[in-house]
Design a binder for this molecule. Sequence first.
Ligand code: KIV
Length: 293
Amino acid sequence: MSSTATSAPSGAPITVPGIAGSKVRRGAEPLVMVTAYDAPGARIASEAGVDLILVGDSVAMVVLGYDDTLQVTVDDIAHHTAAVARAKPRPLIVADLPWMSYHVSAEDTVRNAAQLIRAGAEAVKLEGGRKRLPMVEALVDAEIPVMGHLGLTPQSVHAMGGFKVQAKSSDAAMALVADAKALAHAGCFAIVLEGVPSEVASLVTAAVDVPIIGIGAGPDVDGQVLVYHDVLGIEDRIAPKFVRRYADLKAASVAAIAAYAGDVRARAFPGPSESYHLSAEVAETLGLYGRPA
Ligand code: KIV
């Protein structure tokens, strides 16, 4: 059974309406989202056939070397979004609204989101539930598609006391369901649900008509998202329980660069075929003819 998103004609860009209708309980295939932060990453994600690319504020941690996501600005996300968009990928491009870009006023939120749309995003994502409704409504009003993000919201790292699994009590689970319903009602076309027990994710997924895209939320959702550097094993320092690594590119990259360094030091690189050469005539004029290569 093919999903609404991926049943778009082959090669046709994936759109917000295609994603919005993609519920597993209605027979859709689970949606696949992966982060990407640059043009090569976007090309790889697109050729791999994913449905959505998230230009996540995780760029702060996996690319820019920060310990949390709070350090990146709208300019940073716009810079990475533009790089992703230049690759013209087929998946829908969603850009994260970074911390403090949607917390002050609805006007600020729309202006900041517009910068990301002008950089090439086709939708934006923001974290939080009912307290974000005025911002979500303002964005929808400005024709900017919005993805919600509930559960473990990394921009609340200090308020949560760390990156901790959320909604473990029945009250918290019910509050999460209410948040998801409110976001969907306000016009979010999809919601990321991060770091919650599978049973709670299943409840949330059943409660709303828009797709729930999980990360650390178990299998009973409408799709999955992972961070590019985690999937490919480029980030090997932290291994969250919910990550499955499909490659070990960090080890492969270290081995490749070490082999290059070894060849340079052994004078085995570059070889004749990797060097430019004068014609025999010019070499002879310069008195170089016959010198050892
Ligand atoms: O920034 C990001 O990578 C995210 C995902 C964890 C959903 O928000």
